[in-house]
Design a protein around this ligand. Structure first.
Ligand SMILES: [Zn+2]
Length: 121
C-alpha cells in the first residue's frame, strides 16, 4: 500500500484527460476506426457514439498524453483493455481481441439458451 504522500505525487503526475480537440485529432489520424476491432466510426451515428481515445499505457500507470500513446478505440474495446499494462500496442490488441472473442462465444451460448426457451414456451 503506497503512503498517502506517494499516492498524491502519483496523482499529480498523471496525464490530464484529453480535450475535445486533442481527442478529435487522434480520431481523425486513425480515420475514426477502432484500432483494436476495426469498428468504423463513420459507418453510422451509433458507431460514431462508440468512439473514444485509448491511452495505450493507461494514465493511471503514468501513460503520457502523447500521440504515440493514443489510439482510436470503440468503447467496448477500451473497456476490455481497461487498466492493463502492455509493452506494445500489438500485445494490447491481441489481449482485447481474445477477450472480445471469449465474450462473443459466451453471448452466443446465452442467446441460444434464450431462443430455445422461447421456442418451447
Ligand atoms: Zn473496438
Amino acid at each position: 500500500m503506497p503512503s498517502p504522500v506517494k499516492k498524491l505525487v502519483h496523482m499529480i503526475r498523471r496525464a490530464k484527460p484529453l480535450t475535445h480537440d486533442e481527442g478529435m485529432k487522434i480520431l481523425a489520424r486513425d480515420h475514426f476506426r477502432c484500432q483494436y476491432c476495426g469498428l468504423d466510426g463513420t459507418a453510422s451515428f451509433e458507431n460514431a457514439l462508440m468512439m473514444t481515445v485509448d491511452f495505450i499505457i493507461p494514465r493511471a500507470l503514468k501513460g503520457k498524453k502523447d500521440p504515440r500513446n493514443l489510439v482510436a478505440a470503440c468503447r467496448p474495446c477500451n473497456l476490455i483493455k481497461g487498466r492493463h499494462h502492455f509493452h506494445t500496442f500489438e500485445e494490447a490488441k491481441n489481449y482485447v481481441l481474445q477477450h472480445r472473442e471469449a465474450k462473443r462465444q459466451e453471448w452466443e451460448k446465452n442467446v441460444a439458451a434464450v431462443r430455445s426457451q422461447k421456442a418451447t414456451a
